[in-house]
Design a protein around this ligand. Structure first.
Ligand SMILES: NC(=O)CCC(=O)C(=O)O
Length: 267
């Protein structure tokens, strides 16, 4: 299976419309890949909070239109990263879109863990509640977005739902790049799954981005890693390695569920 992760430079010198056109061309250039992955909030910038409202769009908005066409022109499965979605009731969500090679929207995942603590995304956007998997001919994708990477229970839930390839669009900052690499490998090892994590390059809202998109196999080996700038990271991998790893080293079968909570010690 061939996957291309398009690590987009997201900066304020380029308008959202022109970036959308440019990214459409980049996706079209990936004809021949099985799966193309884009980063989180690449239209606006994951840290450009003031743009969340002004750039928000409905699920069937301009990014949907451009990416559906790009997926069908290229004939690829396209994880189109995420958009600031405005739902019918006005709530904003950080929503990832997955298109089939015929350009149909197959899945939408609303980011569950919002970043920012008491500001930014955490207050401007609503939280998703649903785990989302997508069956491709070669593998089953499990979807997460950026900050979700820090919450292992989400990915374990996806594995329980059949995920073999965990796909994570992100806008991860340079400042915490060490966490990005470490956590991507940890999620791969503990879930015996592929991790395809696609970040952004450049600087937006004053936040330098880490880049370093990464593909990790179920044994924790890094199959490919991007540099800091805009780059298309292409990797060939064998989805069958998930089943063989889980058979040969069946740690997932040794999970112990339903542990008792500790009783409070009385002095
Ligand atoms: N956009 C994000 O979710 C940023 C996450 C982040 O910076 C971190 O987890 O660290």
């Amino acid at each position: 299976m061939r996957a291309s992760l398009i690590q987009i430079d997201v900066n304020e010198d380029e308008s959202v419309e022109s970036r959308r056109r440019r990214v459409g061309s980049l996706v079209r250039g990936q004809a021949g890949a099985d799966l193309v992955v884009l980063p989180e909030l690449w239209t606006t910038g994951a840290f450009a909070y003031e743009g969340f409202d002004s750039d928000a769009e409905p699920l069937d908005g301009p990014t949907h239109e451009a990416m559906a066409k790009a997926a069908s022109d290229a004939g690829v499965w396209l994880h189109a990263g995420s958009i600031p979605e405005r739902a019918d009731d006005g709530t904003l969500y950080n929503t990832s879109l997955v298109f089939s090679p015929s350009g149909d929207l197959i899945a939408a995942y609303r980011k569950i863990h919002r970043f920012g603590f008491d500001k930014g995304e955490a207050v401007l956007m609503g939280a998703g509640r649903e785990l989302v998997t997508v069956r491709l001919p070669e593998t089953t994708l499990g979807l997460g977005t950026c900050y979700d990477l820090r919450f292992p229970e989400l990915f374990r839930g996806l594995v329980d739902a059949g995920a073999e390839t965990l796909v994570l669009p992100a806008g991860w900052p340079e400042r915490r790049r060490a966490h990005w690499t470490l956590l991507a490998q940890a999620r791969a090892v503990e879930n015996q799954a592929f991790v395809l994590a696609c970040g952004t390059a450049g600087t937006h809202a004053g936040v330098p981005q880490a880049g370093h998109s990464i593909v990790v196999d179920p044994w924790g080996e890094v199959l490919a890693e991007a540099g800091a700038g805009e780059e298309i990271l292409t990797v060939e991998f064998d989805p069958g390695k998930v089943a063989t790893t889980r058979e040969q080293f069946p740690a997932l079968k040794d999970r112990v569920l339903g542990l008792e909570t500790p009783r409070r010690q009385t002095p």
